[in-house]
Write a protein that binds this ligand. Sequence first.
Ligand SMILES: Nc1ncnc2c1ncn2[C@@H]1O[C@H](COP(=O)(O)OP(=O)(O)OP(=O)(O)O)[C@@H](O)[C@H]1O
Ligand SMILES: CC(=O)N[C@H]1[C@@H]2OC[C@@H](O2)[C@@H](O)[C@@H]1O[C@H](C)C(=O)O
Length: 402
Amino acid sequence: MDKQLGIGLMSGTSLDGIDAVLIEIEGSSINTKVNVIESLTHEYRSDVRTAIKELCDPEIASLEKICSMNMFLGRELGMIVNELLDKAGIGKEDVLFVSSHGQTIFHKPVGGESRMDVPGTLQIGDLSMLSEMTGITAVGDFRTADMSAGGQGAPLVSFVDYILFNNPDRSRAIQNIGGIGNVTYIPRNAKKDQVMSFDTGPGNMVIDEVVYRLTEGKQAYDKDGRIAYKGEVNKKLLNKLMEHPYFTVKPPKTTGRELFGSSFVDSFMRDSADLSFEDRVATVTAWTAKTIAESYSCFIESSRNSIDDVVIGGGGSYNPFLMEQLHRYLPNQIVYKHEDFQLSSDLKEAIAFAILGYHCLIGQSNQIPSATGAHNPVIMGKISHTQQQAFQRLNDLRGNLH
Ligand SMILES: Nc1ncnc2c1ncn2[C@@H]1O[C@H](COP(=O)(O)OP(=O)(O)OP(=O)(O)O)[C@@H](O)[C@H]1O
Ligand SMILES: CC(=O)N[C@H]1[C@@H]2OC[C@@H](O2)[C@@H](O)[C@@H]1O[C@H](C)C(=O)O
């Protein structure tokens, strides 16, 4: 089959904005080959970020605002795709698909007591709007398919980590530090069903919120760890933070703003009231690193499993204080960044969702049940065309597949 052009869009839980990447893709599953052609990052305006953050809080979110934001983000995604194509000098008629993660506003991987209280997840940024704005087939809404098969609906990037990092001689933990942290563990020479994955806990989410509050909204994150470097880690508070019940839950497990969002930071602010601004930031940053390292020793390392390499990605890899702490807590592993493997930490998830979307279109499973806890493999994703020509391009590809 020929190489195809596709676009991946990632709007992650840190709410920093939207990453867009134009790729060339060929092959499938473990033989997938990807080449990045162009990319861009669109930062959310602060009013958009605040509005989305409100939608993540069930106490203040309204149905009307969720519906409007779904269409608004679909339009934003469409504008970004059109901008990316202009930048690359490529016309929509040459692009097979755009695959979008969507903006998670709620994620509940485990149900409750009542019959109707089943697991659910919602990623907004409407696919019809995206397809209509671009004239390209849009793919998205991946997580519900995994949940339908009994999975946690995350981490989905595990499928792509297995393709990119599987190695005959090295066992690897691929660690994303976005809003939330998640890891994919790939033993040496792993078969797909030996891959394990789970959310380790907070990524930058708590650091960002603490910085945002203490700078009264002037700073959205601790750029280059500058604030943390000026502080000291408070051991007593660090140990108290480690007592959060999420860290004792066995994988597969996922989390989000529901556990580590506003209410969590409210209690952190109370518990740390007598510390300086810098000490508070240093402590949450060290804690973030420690949760990652301890999740490996509790849930990955055993008499059968060991980790040779840790490969850090996501925005947290740009925070040197956080990276130093990770080195400190992981003395027995070689700690790399995605860039050491010629992959941009910023773009990795957008590339990953392009790969997931492509597999959906060609009808191949794009998920690893042992990673998400699903009982069987599924093809994740939903497809929207809105325009005849977009549908026709996909139909031609499918004709070539047979
Ligand atoms: N130079 C930097 N110094 C410190 N932190 C940084 C730097 N650059 C990025 N970050 C952190 O990375 C975050 C963004 O990370 P990323 O884009 O990986 O998150 P995401 O994709 O939204 O999250 P997720 O993977 O959870 O969905 C920012 O909010 C910030 O905290
Ligand atoms: C529900 C949701 O959006 N989860 C995200 C979040 O952000 C990081 C972590 O928690 C991860 O498990 C997941 O995203 C990545 C892209 C994934 O599914 O692999």
